[in-house]
Structure formats: C-alpha cells, structure tokens
Design a protein around this ligand. Structure first.
Ligand code: SF4
Length: 463
C-alpha cells in the first residue's frame, strides 16, 4: 500500500503535521458540550412516558462517584473520599432516584444490559453493593438469561476474591479492571500503584469465577511512557490474556483538570511518541490474536464486539463500544447521562445539587438535548463510521431518505483528499474507513459534525 497514510504511519511526525487537531471522542452525537439547561425535568418526563410503552429491552447505567485516592490523569466525574458515611448517604439518594425512574418506565421492559461505572463502583462495601443490586432487582425487570450483559468497572486495588465471588452471585457476568500501565515508574507518576502480580491474580480469579468477559483498560500518553516501557506493559497484559483490552488516549488538559499539573514534572510522551506506542500496541495485540475494534478496543475473535463489528451492528455509547440491545440507556447517579431514543439527559454534576433536587422530589436533571431529525441522521453516520468503519449509502437512503452524494456534496472534496491519503475508500455504494485510517476515525467523524465551530478549544487532540 503506497498511500500517504501508510507512508505517514511510519513517519509519525508527518501524520501529526497533517492531522493533529482538536476534536471529540464521539461517545455521543451531538456531544455533551451541546447539552442545554433549557432541557428540564418536564422534557425528560415526556421522554420517560414514551419509554414506558416501548417493547424493546432497556439498559441501565449506575454511577458511583467515590474513589479512595486521586489518579493524577483522571478526567472522570469523581469524589475523593475516605468517609464511609459518604457512600451510605449516596445510596439512600440513589435509591430514591431509581424508584422514581422505575415508576415512570414500569416493570415491563426487560433490563438486558446493566453497567456500574465511576468513580469506583467497588468503593461500595459488600453490604452496600448487595443492597444496591437488590434495590435495582426490586424496581426493574432484570434479565437472568445467559445473554444479559451485567458489567462493572473495578479498581484492582480494592477488590479481593470474596468481592468477586459476591459480584458473580449478584448476577454480574462481566468485569473490567482499570490497569492503565504496569510500569512501576509510570504508576508512581500517575499516583496509582498496583503490582502486576496483583492484577494477574485478580484476572485468574475472575476466570475461576467464570465471568463471561474480563476486560482491562490501558492508557497511552501517560508520563514516562516510552515505546520500550509500554512494550513491557503489553508483555504482561498479553500473558494475562483478558478477553478485551481498551487502549485509551490520554489527553493532557491541566487547564481543565488542574490536578493533572502534578504530572508536569515528568517527561510526557509527545504526539509522535504516542503514535509509535499506539502502533506498537496494535501490532503486538493483533499478533497475539486480538481483533481491532473501532478506534481503540482489542478483543478476542469470538467476542460479541468482534462479531457485531463484522455484522455492521456495533454501537458506541458513554461506556464505550457496545452491542446495545436497547436504544434506551437509563442512567442514574450524580453526573450520569441517559440516552432515550431521541434525547440525552444529564444529572447534576455536584453531589449537593443532586441531593437537593431529590430532596425536593424532583429527578436530578441538570441539562439535556432533544435531537432534531438532522442530529439523528448525523449521529447514525458518525456511529456507523466510528463503530463499523463503513457507511452504506443504500441503508442510509432507506433509513433517512437521504442521498449521500447530494446531501453531503460539500464533503466530497475533503473525503476525496482522505481517499487519496488512504484514510477512506469512497465509491457508489459506501464510504469505508481503511485499516490504517482507524487512527484518524475522530478526524473522519468530525467532517459530519455540524456543531464543531461553536466549541473550538474545548476538545482534546485527536493524535
Ligand atoms: S479510580 Fe478512576 S475515577 Fe477514581 S481518580 Fe482514579 S481514574 Fe479517576
């Protein structure tokens, strides 16, 4: 392949020069920066009433914001606390919220997907975790079939065999461990110490408990990381053989997340080194038998995500890539974002505001967005490209009655430039992202995002 992108992939400096811009990660479209406070609880109640009548399954997301210590790279909505009462109080409010939501959507919809994220969901002790799952089971129709996907993000530093056994008993069948990097120097720089031995043991335990899927999150772009240090991290990970590996790009944005300044005393890999690290990881993980999914996920070939991508059915949501049994994700907890058919709704980001709204008998809605028909069309295109790496024009026509070439006539020139560079192929039938074009998925999606000009400077670098 003698395309520009293939040449540039071996010359990261050229790739960065040509394509490094700021842009969204597209966990949603339109992105959260477009949400507005003009969207209120009244709007949400209307969408919930519609959701009540839907025959399709439902997804639930529960946000547990607490963490025991601060990781310096963190960009999540979290509360650092060592107060055991903090989670007790939070659970009381969470239960009020889930009861209010359950009254509105009813018990008829089968919950086939449940995800606990954070913060640190395993900040909850065993009794609290049991109580929360019991509350969900009492107020929603939780699926007990083998097809259900009940997943939880775990901090390896505060989970043991008993906790894993309990999670299995409570119905979780997927676990995801935050590893980030196994190098001790990198771990010290990001304030997150966890030994390879401990992670290896946890993964072996999770396998013993027969969790259907074991995932690991890694991050590239952290301080002190080099191609050589990350190669060792990959050696450890490949030996542990998790079913899925998510390899996230760290974007250093200390102006927005001030604690990230704590890492400024260390050498940070520049964009070119980050590209080399990502390219190395792609090569090593593919050689170890993993399939590359979308932008940044690697999974074993028999994993559902690989199957869904082959079938063109993969989806993306705030929790990453998904087989998304349902169009409706009902989210609860501070800062959580729900996605119901044609709207997004975000809860208050501060605990005080979240508690106050519930004390007043309201759903804790802070802002949201009702999608227009144009938003839905563009969301479909962006999600097809980001997840399935292709946009089929006849499917687009039958879903949205839109002719791609006429509707996006102004994009044909930039798309042809991408095509000449080997990033995409474009013919009568489809727009397809090439294998080497995956690196630029965010750049490709940005062509179809018509809200970008109003958010200059708010996003991280694509490379
Ligand atoms: S455990 Fe996760 S959410 Fe908590 S501080 Fe670390 S990165 Fe942030």
């Amino acid at each position: 392949m003698s395309t520009a992108i293939a040449r540039d992939a071996d010359d990261p400096a050229a790739l960065v020069r040509r394509y490094a811009v700021q842009g969204p990660r597209y966990t949603s479209y339109p992105t959260a920066l477009n949400f507005s406070e003009a969207f209120t609880e009244q709007h949400y109640l209307r969408f919930l009433a519609e959701a009540h009548n839907s025959p399709s399954p439902l997804s639930l997301y529960v946000h547990i914001p607490f963490c025991s210590s601060l990781c310096y790279y963190c960009a999540c909505n979290k509360v650092i606390s060592k107060d055991p009462q903090a989670s007790r109080r939070y659970l009381n409010y969470l239960q009020r919220e889930l009861q209010m939501l359950s009254q509105r959507v009813g018990l008829s919809r089968r919950v086939t997907q449940l995800h606990f994220g954070g913060g640190t969901p395993n900040y909850l002790d065993k009794a609290e975790m049991t109580e929360l799952v019991h509350q969900l089971a009492s107020h929603f129709n939780l699926d007990d079939s083998a097809e259900r996907e009940f997943s939880i993000e775990l901090d390896p530093r505060c989970v043991d065999a008993d906790y894993l056994a309990l999670l299995k008993g409570l119905g979780f069948n997927r676990v995801s461990f935050g590893v980030q990097d196994t190098n001790a120097e990198v771990q010290r720089a990001i304030n997150r110490l966890q030994s390879v031995e401990m992670i290896t043991e946890l993964i072996a335990l999770a396998r013993q408990f027969n969790f259907r899927s074991i995932s690991v999150d890694l991050i590239y772009g952290l301080p002190l990381q080099t191609v050589s240090s990350f190669s060792e991290t990959l050696d450890s990970l490949i030996a542990m053989a998790p079913d899925r590996i998510a390899l996230y790009h760290y974007a250093h944005m200390p102006a927005r997340f001030k604690w990230q300044k704590s890492m400024d005393r260390y050498v940070m890999p520049d964009s070119e080194e980050k590209l080399r690290i990502f390219a190395l990881a792609g090569r090593r993980l593919r050689a170890a038998g993993y399939c590359h999914i979308g932008m940044d996920h690697f999974v074993k070939p028999d994993d559902e995500l690989a199957r869904y991508q082959r079938q063109g059915r993969l989806q993306r949501n705030f929790q990453g890539y998904s087989t998304c049994h349902s169009a409706d994700v009902l989210a609860m907890g501070v800062s959580a974002i729900s996605s119901l058919n044609s709207c997004y709704v975000q809860n208050h980001k501060s605990l005080e505001d979240y508690y106050r709204a519930l004390d007043q008998g309201h759903l804790p809605v802070a802002r949201g967005l009702e999608l227009t028909a144009e938003d839905q069309l563009r969301r479909y295109i962006i999600m097809q490209l980001a997840c399935n790496l292709r946009l089929n024009f006849s499917e687009l026509r039958s879903r949205y009655q839109v002719n791609f070439q006429s509707k996006f006539a102004d994009l044909l020139v930039p798309l042809q430039t991408f095509a000449r560079d080997g990033v995409v192929t474009l013919d009568e039938e489809a727009l397809r992202v090439t294998d080497s074009g995956r690196l630029l998925l965010r750049n490709i999606c940005m062509l179809f995002d018509d809200s970008l000009p109003s958010h200059q400077g708010a996003y991280s670098n694509t490379l």
